[in-house]
Design a protein around this ligand. Sequence first.
Ligand code: FMN
Length: 196
Amino acid sequence: MRKPAETSVPVAPAIAERWSPRAFDETAAITDDQLTALLEAARWAPSFGNTQPARYLVGRRGEPAFTRILATLNSGNQAWALRASALLVGVMVTTNEKGEVPYAEYGLGLASENLVVQAVELGLAAHQMAGFSADAVRAEFALPADAVPRVAIAVGTPADASVLGDPKRVERELAPRRRLPLAEFAFGDGWGTPAL
Ligand SMILES: Cc1cc2nc3c(=O)[nH]c(=O)nc-3n(C[C@H](O)[C@H](O)[C@H](O)COP(=O)(O)O)c2cc1C
């Protein structure tokens, strides 16, 4: 299913086509090359002073790491994310030899968006989640104190909304995507004055 962004002028296709589905094809596998491309896209994200704070835990469906990540998700997310082809956890490393890494969370966000857009480019979809237990990830994967799990990401092949079963979940999947109008988003002469 597609839910392309409605934009006033064309934008990069992978940005227009990106959205966060919950309906994934439970039979679809992610290839090594696809997974590598996602991680390469994330690895080449910009970061403050090239400090590169982003790291990822990765598991493909059928692998123990997938099951271990799935177990850290809240039940609402588990209900649909179990059909993803891969589950990742985005982790920010908050310190380096110079002390605290500035903008570490920003860096993880940039890397993760690169990963998500690359997924679209490959014909896949990615859905980010805050609904997971960082403490559970820390314990399960023996993270050091300065490695902070910040986001889980489900990656897979989009499927028909009907795979979600429950009519309310199907309805949510089919609901239109909404954004602030551009006039409330970018300002020119003063705060609140549309730039365009
Ligand atoms: C940091 C972050 C956390 C999110 N957490 C969840 C989550 O736990 N569960 C979920 O179903 N969606 C989650 N989402 C998805 C958002 O709800 C979704 O991106 C937003 O509604 C916009 O929809 P779109 O991505 O389809 O454009 C999260 C997104 C982000 C960026």
